[in-house]
Design a protein around this ligand. Sequence first.
Ligand code: NAP
Ligand code: MG
Length: 480
Amino acid sequence: MNKEATWEYAPAPETTSVSIDDRYGLFIDGKFVASRGRTRFDTINPSNEKTISSLAEAGKADVDAAVAAARTAFRKWSRTSPLTRAKYLYRIARRIQERARELAILETIDGGKPIKESRDVDIPLVAQHFFHHAGWCDKLRWAVPGNTDPRPIGVCAQVIPWNFPLLMAAWKLAPALACGNTVVLKPAETTSLTALRLAEILEECELPQGVVNIVTGAGETGRRLVEHKGVDKVAFTGSTEVGKRIALACAGTRKRVTLELGGKSPNIIFADAAIDQAIEGVVAGIWFNQGHVCCAGSRLFVEESIHDTFVRRLEHRMSKLRVGDPLDKNTDVGAINSREQLDRINHYMQCGVEEGATINQSNGSKMPSSGFWCRPTFFTGVQPTARIAREEIFGPVLSVMTFRTPEEAIERANDSPYGLSAGVWTDKGSKVFDIAARLKAGIVWCNTYNKFDASSPFGGFKESGWGREGGRHGLAAYLT
Ligand code: NAP
Ligand code: MG
């Protein structure tokens, strides 16, 4: 362990010359402070298992202090003029753009995602969310139909996962601040560094103290925060299991709750689709960010008549994906975020084999002995009742199934406890709209997949959650 990772190809590395402190504190009331209990934990680089930095674990007294700071700040921030709030959000967006390279590198080192994704997808979208919401600050009267006197809710507890660390922070912070709320944010244990760097940016932008507080820690810190009596609104993104626990804990309180949870999304390919484009859509759907994507197109439904051709071409395309050093500019598939997640993925792959499905994996470069790696994988011959067809794996593992008619495609796609997103691939516009309207999914992408925009609402049906984030719909959750 902790050996230098070695790869067989000629490297095209991004520089790693980004300053990272050995230790970080909690960001409370506009300052970095030590945790009261002095407990700490390490964050590691999942591509080589080396420790990057030591982080403070927020205990009860720290969460109390953060919520109190947010409450005090709310009195002033909620009355700050909309144009002034907009000025801060624009300033934050601009500073994120200026420091984009540094943020992308940090995201990749701490979380394992390929630099080309953190650089070209995550960080630009982070800036976009702040820009978009800056524009809303003085237009909130028009955000929610029928609500001509919208007011902020108060102190928001926001808990986010590790798959899009800074992007999830932006999705939560930008609308909350635009509407005049204050926040205590808890990033995921394995990926807190970019949220802490964002705290530095907020300081630089002179955001008033206490408006945003960031408490690092594990699940227990998150639990303390969402259950805190001083919190008015809870916004959570993470697993359905934890989401249910939060819903239970908040039931019977005055807290408003939004939950963005898991998914097992269908990607449906009709025989008349443009096959090469559809293959790229499948790749984007399941192998983007190592499949650590809540809306990943993890159930592929291919019309039976093209199944064999499609699978052959998918296998060929998969063999060209490069699993490698996340900091290499040519890497397509980076490191799995943690050992725990890798174990979970391997467990599901074992299940798939035991359930009688056929496993297909890309070979490619030899994997280094340190770090957490998983080759892009798909299973064929998957029964709709199989665990790999029903449960969220949250890794680069696709289950391929077939259908014969549009009716059967819809029925199979909707046969899931989740309902986050879906993809439909066909040459016929009329078919697209008919099928999209009948899919029980918060987002349906037509002849594309995994497209995100700050103005577009995102969220699920059924066990995929409550509420929407982004656009006008997302603002409603932060207004009375
Ligand atoms: P998770 O275990 O639910 O964790 C999410 C966050 O909640 C982390 O910050 C976690 O802290 C914290 N947490 C854990 N237990 C808690 C508790 N009892 N009370 C309050 N907070 C608690 O999920 P994950 O494994 O990190 O993330 C993967 C899941 O997120 C997947 O199921 C995925 O589908 C879902 N997801 C959904 C969306 C969406 O928009 N719908 C987006 C991204 C991810 P620690 O990290 O320290 O444990
Ligand atoms: Mg880490």
